[in-house]
Design a protein around this ligand. Sequence first.
Ligand code: ATP
Ligand code: MG
Length: 351
Amino acid sequence: MPVPDPATKPARKRILTGDRPTSEAFHLGNYVGTLANRVRLQDEYETFLLLADLHLLTTRTTDLEEIGHNIHGLVLDYLSAGIDHAKTTIYLQSLVPEVLELTWIFMSLVSVPRAQRIPTLKEQVRDLKLESASMALLAYPILQAADILMVKGDLVPVGKDQLSHIELTRETARRFNDFFGPVFPVPEGLVGQVATLPGLDGKAKMGKSLGNAIFLTDDAQTIERKVMSMYTDPTRIHATDPGHLRGNPVFMYHDAFNDDREEVEDLKKRYRKGKVGDVEVKRLLAQALNRFLDPIRERRASFAARPGLVDEIIREGSARAREECRRTLAEAREAMGLTYFRDATTVQVTR
Ligand code: ATP
Ligand code: MG
């Protein structure tokens, strides 16, 4: 009977982060919030990217047939944004069922009031107009802690909305280690260049499920249409009124995506003085976004033309992630003294 290695430490520092397959593409907020950091850091860190289909179930129990299609699209987006699947492990959460056992273990270390204090809980109930939170939604960040800690993640590149979850992950890791011995690292969150990109409607956060997003897959005309309908400075009635930049999503997008910095500075100066209309500012933004998206579109088309590629990536990545999870789970059980029937963690599961 194989006995697990004593608490192992991966050779290279690790990144774990993920996305819910709530739509078939990423949006600009996902890109600046986390995707860009993942691409930048994938050589330095051993990186695991998780497609969090179990997390999706916390807020949605209808139209589930489309999840497969969404997963496919998100993997294509990873690749077209610059993720290299030869370096980075891309996997599907539900193909690693052991993570749920780790979640259950962690649930015993987190009190109900602590889980209820997570700000995203109330926000999700409000934004998605849910009658109340399900048990799964309450446990959302605990499953996330298990995702991160099962691969012994050190760094978690996320948007600002997720930082409270990382804090809970840190507490859980510390608590486990204090109770049972040092099995887990205490991971850090890493917020992107823009902590939270606002939505087209001016709401605080662009979201896949919020109907206020520009997707990496939007074509040039769609970008133009969406940008032209964007929320701007509501106090400005005429193009000659001085405009406000603060809280104005059009300028936040210019700052994040327009590679022509001179143009952005010139527009800002003129906007403040009432010397440029919203239409021009938006037209130039649409052009800048299309410049930014063009190479991503090209790469996406070439990956999409390779049949079977995405399935193979997910199959291989999930097998690899599952190995990690099994190893970590065995260590956790060992540390906890759940050793009375060791075979429980080494039985071959066939799925
Ligand atoms: P949903 O609305 O379905 O929750 P989402 O747009 O919030 O979708 P997620 O899959 O929940 O996307 O999150 C993926 C990653 O993108 C997370 O790290 C999250 O913090 C980050 N992120 C999401 N929206 C933004 C945003 N507007 N600005 C910056 N980062 C974001
Ligand atoms: Mg989200």
